[in-house]
Design a protein around this ligand. Structure first.
Ligand code: PMP
Length: 457
């Protein structure tokens, strides 16, 4: 049982002593104090099914016993830096992790967060190519550090000071809200999918978006020579947006022709979460030059990585580069136990089965409720976009979104939110959820949506 300060006391300290930048979720934020696998417990002992834990780093499950055991064992031995010493964990981990990547992606640099990983990837790309300008996509989230905040492309995450220079945003290839529709790599297609032709695995809409990317090179990038193109293979914070089939492949080809390297941000979509592939970029038929990963890699422990080719990795040896905690014996003991458990538990296959079951259940909502505009995603990375009406696709107003969100929470279901207008429910559970959990979630969501629709009539 919870024995800490009262709910009111905690809220008071939060309001007075912690940065107001740290926004909380729900009208009455949860005071959580323990977690087990897919469950979270609040101060009153109430249990919640956590369908958002995956985004906040938990891949296997809260306090997974194997990870706890590996961490505890290492904590009794050594916590230090591996940046200036040799240690068997970091070497074994580098070997195990890089063996999961295709092509020549064989050299790792460990850091502590997704933003740090993307910062480093930006540096490597610039040093390697000798070019400065970088392109990312509108609606992308790649971090909040001053450099990566320039890659992140939502006005809501921006401040009015100069963040990293030389970053440009290309039009987002969004099959639902974008101009040209598109087929996506998902068991559930967009209602607008048929508006784009699919020939040899490439959508006609993909060609149009790649043409717009080329225009960014032509209009904004000095001599069209670019250092890098950054993309998530499914946008996370942006609301589980999937690109039309063929887009990433063609975009990568264009960027490489113009001197740049291609960077896949797998911070949210890696480690088998999307079911069919260990890395979701594989579903797009591409091999990036640099891959960044974080969150699920440590099941909740601060650990992240940049993995690249030996040639690109060599650029950083031109100067000194240091990161105290990246790849520490503790972080890598945890990373190793996560990799091992993902394999032993056949987690990727489970993500595919349970995720498809979930998506099919949610797709029925789209047919039943006019405000459920789009259901999309792969495996256990799912988005449900709520709109005012299915024709106009105007994003649902914040009050109604908040009401559905709170109603679900009151029934013991935690969902995430995302998208530019915060009108997409994001589902990224710990990867251990069961079909029974999905049935519960579908029931709660259906109840909340019906209630809100009744209230508005
Ligand atoms: N990339 C992606 C795709 C992310 O979703 C995030 C975090 N939401 C980041 C990078 C940044 O990670 P961190 O918060 O660990 O810096």
């Amino acid at each position: 049982p919870y024995k800490g300060p009262t709910y009111q006391e905690v809220r008071k300290t939060r309001a007075e002593l912690l940065s107001p930048a740290m926004a909380t979720h729900f009208s009455s934020p949860l005071l959580i104090h323990s977690g087990h696998m897919q469950w979270l417990f609040d101060h009153s002992g109430k249990r919640y099914l956590d369908l958002f834990g995956g985004i906040v780093t938990v891949s296997l499950g809260h306090c997974h016993p194997k990870v706890v055991a590996a961490a505890t064992e290492q904590m009794h031995k050594l916590w230090h830096t591996t940046n200036i010493y040799l240690h068997p964990n970091v070497h074994e981990y580098a070997e195990r992790l890089t063996s999961k990547l295709p092509g020549n992606l064989k050299v790792a640099y460990f850091v502590n967060s997704g933003s740090e990983a993307n910062d480093l990837a930006m540096m490597m790309a610039r040093l390697h190519t000798g070019n400065f300008d970088i392109i990312s996509l509108r609606n992308a989230y790649h971090g909040a550090s001053p450099y990566t905040a320039s890659l992140t492309a939502f006005n809501t995450w921006k401040f009015n000071f100069a963040s990293g220079f030389g970053v440009h945003h290309a039009m987002n290839p969004d099959p639902y809200q974008g101009l040209w529709g598109g087929h996506r790599d998902s068991p559930v297609q967009s209602v607008r999918a048929h508006e784009s032709e699919l020939i040899d695995g490439v959508c006609s809409s993909a060609d149009k978006y790649v043409q717009q990317l080329e225009e960014v090179l032509m209009y904004s990038v000095p001599k069209g020579k670019v250092a890098a193109f950054f993309a998530e293979s499914i946008q996370g914070v942006g609301g589980a947006v999937q690109f039309p089939l063929g887009y990433l492949k063609k975009a990568f080809e264009l960027i490489r022709r113009n001197g740049g390297v291609c960077i896949s941000d797998e911070v949210q979509s890696g480690f088998g979460r999307t079911g069919e592939h260990y890395w979701n970029f594989e579903g797009h038929g591409v091999i990036p030059d640099i891959v960044t990963m974080a969150k699920g890699i440590g099941n909740g422990f601060p650990l992240a990585a940049v993995i690249t080719t030996p040639e690109i990795a060599a650029t950083l040896s031109r100067g000194l580069h240091f990161n105290t905690f990246g790849g520490s014996p503790l972080a890598t003991a945890i990373g190793l136990s996560v990799l091992e458990e993902l394999e032993n538990d056949n987690t990727q296959q489970k993500c595919k089965e349970i995720g498809t079951y979930f998506l099919q259940g949610l797709a029925k909502f789209r047919d039943k409720f006019s405000i459920v505009g789009d259901v999309r995603g792969k495996g256990l990375m799912i988005g449900v976009e709520i709109v005012e009406d299915p024709e106009s696709r105007v994003p649902m107003n914040p009050k109604t979104m908040q009401r559905i969100w709170d109603l679900c929470k009151d029934q013991g279901l935690i969902l995430g939110r995302g998208g530019l207008y915060n009108n997409v429910f994001r589902i990224k559970p710990p990867m251990c959820i069961t079909k029974a959990d999905v049935d519960f979630a579908l029931w709660v969501m259906q109840d909340a949506i019906s209630k809100v629709m009744e209230e508005s009539t």
